[in-house]
Design a binder for this molecule. Structure first.
Ligand code: HEM
Length: 303
């Protein structure tokens, strides 16, 4: 077991990090071609009440409630999964077609492929700007990002792309990101464009249920909610909906935090003490030694 725990094979996650919008454009060339309309640089779409949606047809939306909820994006299956992923996918899918149409107006002589590639480049750049310059500073802190040369002061042009580096993630990154589950509110508020709340829904019951987004102004309300509703606190407390019903109607009970810890063991990450050692922090000799590094409330409960 000792060998497995420190095996380099287990410590790399080959899933693409989505920074290249593989959720919108596909993770393989053959997928990318399938999602294209073939003219005007656009992604294939259908209109419902004047709004654009990807073509319908996947069977993964098992939580759709018939007869009213009958849509499921026939794109990357993950786009239909969690509400947050679905929203980001839809916004950027629509943004691609918006950009392609604008580029077409400005450059009537450009062909389908040129329009597609330029719209795709701009869409990815917009997404990366949001992630690197807005989301990451809010979560990690501007100074820390600048110190580690992830971003640079003043939005200057940076050309430090290294073709020799493979776009892969350390498992620690993926597993640490699971702790963002504590930030997820169990209930999401839907607002109109003036900020008036008109509905509240259980977020875990919206997984694999794209059909619910197209009715009752759900996509519009949830989009407003994405910037109007505060996220949960960055503590160690998880909303019961998220912690105990994370798979919604698919599975009555779950314990997402315990599963998150178990997964770190399953993939063979070293124990907490080993990371303390690597960071040159004091290590625990006995379980009780850990109390001094735990949040005060947890320490009091367990003592
Ligand atoms: C509706 C909200 C969400 C639900 C229902 C949900 C549910 C889940 C479930 C069931 C898993 C798998 C647990 C297991 O392996 O047993 C998971 C994994 C994960 N979740 Fe969430 N989650 C949500 C939101 C989020 C958010 C907001 C983040 C981060 C910002 C996040 C990050 C992750 C990560 C990084 C993993 C691990 C993926 C991997 O192992 O490759 N989740 N989530």
């Amino acid at each position: 077991m000792e060998d497995l725990a420190y095996s380099p094979h287990a410590l790399i996650n080959t899933a693409p990090p989505m920074l290249e919008l593989s959720n919108v454009y596909g993770i393989e060339e053959v997928h990318a071609l399938r999602y294209r309309e073939g003219k005007g640089g656009r992604l294939s779409s259908e209109r419902i009440r004047g709004k654009e949606w990807p073509t319908n047809g996947s069977s993964v939306c098992v939580n759709n409630e018939s007869p009213n909820e009958n849509r499921c994006h026939s794109t990357e299956a993950g786009a239909n999964a969690l509400l947050g992923i679905n929203l980001i996918f839809l916004w950027l899918f629509r943004n691609h077609n918006y950009l392609a149409d604008k580029l077409h107006e400005l450059n009537p002589c450009w062909g389908d492929d040129k329009l597609y590639q330029v719209a795709r480049d701009i869409n990815i750049a917009m997404y990366q700007h949001i992630v690197y310059h807005e989301l990451m500073p809010a979560v990690i802190g501007q100074k820390y990002l600048e110190k580690n040369k992830v971003i640079f002061p003043g939005h200057v042009h940076v050309d430090d792309y290294d073709e020799d580096l493979e776009p892969r993630l350390a498992q620690e990154y993926v597993l640490a990101t699971r702790w963002f589950h504590v930030l997820q509110e169990g209930r999401i508020n839907l607002y109109d464009k003036h900020g008036k709340m008109f509905n509240q829904l259980s977020v875990v019951d919206l997984s694999l249920r794209t059909g619910a987004l197209t009715i009752n102004n759900t996509i519009e309300g949830a989009t407003q909610g994405a910037f109007r509703q505060a996220c949960a606190s960055t503590d160690y407390v998880i909303d019961p909906e998220m912690g105990e019903r994370s798979l919604g109607r698919l599975q009555f009970v779950s314990d997402v935090m315990a599963a998150d810890i178990m997964k770190t063991r399953d993939v063979g990450l070293p124990p907490y003490n080993r990371y303390r050692e690597l960071c040159k922090l004091p290590v625990a000799e006995h379980f009780h030694d850990l109390y001094q590094w735990m949040p005060k409330e947890v320490r009091l409960q367990d003592n």
